[in-house]
Ligand binder design. Structure first.
Ligand code: C2O
Ligand code: CU
Length: 458
């Protein structure tokens, strides 16, 4: 670093306020998982008892520059074990937060230091990976934003975390997280949708440009979202920039999926601009902004692609190992037998063990990996959804691409929504060694069997 008078003065004053002795951990920010109460439902409803990081839901937004190091000490103040998974980050395996696979679960009163670099810019999130349906339903998640060095210019950069809560009349979370009916159908769907915006925004001006970072944290619900009074483009999916942005009128986000959109306010003064949920029976306004006046007379210019991330993409899949993944089970699925914990079981026995779904005939995390690939090798996974429900398959530690019908490669994703009775093929070139789980992010389905893993060897 070149020393200048200004930088010297700055570091001198920085020294003055630094504590003289720093103990290990002292400078590490804490994420404490603990019970708390938040005001979730507007109006006269009481506060909702939740579990949150540092007491909030969502937990604190983590925002860092691309390439930075994140260090967080997880402190477990819950009465059950927990861990944190950093969803979508190409992370060192030991930091991936999967209990029993990459670390031991953090016991009540215990701690764990997460310490990793973030190689890719984009919109990610963090969440519990222990007793996941319940812990995420109760609020253990937060946004993780990695900023580009050359971010596009916008007037507001807003994280929009969308959740689906199942609440009783008293605004409290329904404490039954393992209803067999939910698990065997579309999962635990809620009755109260909420978008948390950070920072909050109430007023906009015509021709202002917004970047909205949508994160679907619902355990099971697929969110169909629409934007009114604003027009623009989807510029990234699951954190990764699209080569060619696509129009952003409607977004479909399965559990865990993200979309970055850049939109310009096109509505007129006095009209609201809105983000809405498009439901089967009704549409719900999740956020609305008053439009007051004009930011400029002229509309903003073209929306350009975001700078690409330094991630390896598919180039050629010829000769690549292919490992099909068959999804079976669930209601109307006709599952007769499956292997669970190494034993072959009838459908009734599986249900007695809370297992309803299988991947290649196995319910729950198998002893053997679905596939083993060496660094630099490409793995193709045709996913055959032979069930009556949609599934959102998520691979840890890597982004994959879909092999499209015409042989081209789709955008980089970490979670792919596969409709019922659909077959879609994904592939990725292994670049991150370790054991990586691959599971349905409809977390009720994961709990009821839909989880496997892939080993990347060095
Ligand atoms: Cu976002 Cu294995 O999870
Ligand atoms: Cu599923």
């Amino acid at each position: 670093m070149k020393l200048t008078r200004r930088s010297l003065l700055a570091s001198a004053s920085a020294l003055a306020v630094m504590p003289k002795i720093s103990f290990a951990n002292e400078d590490v920010e804490v994420l404490e998982a603990r019970p708390s109460a938040v005001s979730l439902v507007p109006g006269d409803y009481p506060e909702t008892q939740v579990w949150g990081y540092n007491g909030g839901v969502p937990g604190p937004e983590i925002r860092v520059a691309q390439g930075a190091r994140i260090r967080r000490r997880l402190v477990n103040a819950l009465e059950e074990p927990t861990t944190i998974h950093w969803h979508g980050i190409r992370i060192e395996n030991a930091m991936d937060g999967v209990p029993g696979v990459t670390q031991d679960a953090v016991q009540p009163g215990g701690e764990f230091l997460y310490d990793f670099e973030v190689p890719d810019a984009g919109t990610y999130w963090y969440h519990s990976h222990y007793n996941t349906t319940e812990q995420i339903s109760r609020g253990l998640y937060g946004a993780l934003i990695v900023e580009e060095a050359n971010a596009p210019e916008v007037d507001h950069d807003i994280t929009v975390v969308v959740d689906d809560w199942r609440l009783g009349e008293d605004a409290q979370i329904d404490p039954d997280f393992s209803q067999i009916h939910d698990w065997s159908h579309a999962g635990r769907l809620g009755n109260f949708l909420k978008a948390s915006l950070n920072p909050a925004l109430s007023e906009v001006k015509q021709n202002q440009r917004l970047r909205l970072r949508f994160i679907c944290v619902a355990t099971d619900r697929v969110m169909r979202l629409a934007m009114v009074g604003m027009e623009g483009m989807v510029v990234a999916l699951d954190g990764m920039p699209l080569d060619e942005p696509t129009p952003a009128e409607m977004l479909t986000l399965g559990p865990a999926q993200r979309a970055d959109v850049i939109v310009d306010i096109t509505g007129a003064t006095g009209e609201p601009a809105m983000i809405g949920f498009i439901g089967r029976e009704q549409n719900i306004a999740l956020a609305s902004f008053d439009i007051s006046g004009q930011a400029s007379l002229m509309p903003r210019g073209e929306i350009l692609p975001l700078p690409a991330n330094p991630i390896q993409r598919l180039t050629n899949i010829e000769g690549a190992q292919s490992m099909p993944l068959n999804m079976e089970g669930g209601a109307m699925g006709g599952l007769e037998t499956g292997i669970y914990k190494g034993k072959s079981m009838s459908a009734e026995e599986l249900i007695q063990n809370g297992q309803i779904w299988t991947l290649n005939g196995v319910a729950g995390l198998p002893d053997e990996a679905l596939a083993e690939v060496a660094l630099g090798e490409t793995l193709r996974i045709p996913i055959i959804n032979d069930t009556a429900f949609a599934h959102a398959m998520h691979l840890h530690g890597a982004h994959f691409q879909e092999i499209m019908a015409d042989g081209s490669f789709g955008p980089l994703l970490d979670t792919i929504l596969i409709e019922r009775q659909e077959t879609r093929e994904i592939a990725f070139t292994a670049s991150n060694p370790g054991d990586w789980v691959f599971h349905c992010h409809m977390l009720s389905h994961q709990a009821a069997g839909m989880i496997t893993w892939v080993r990347v060897t060095t």
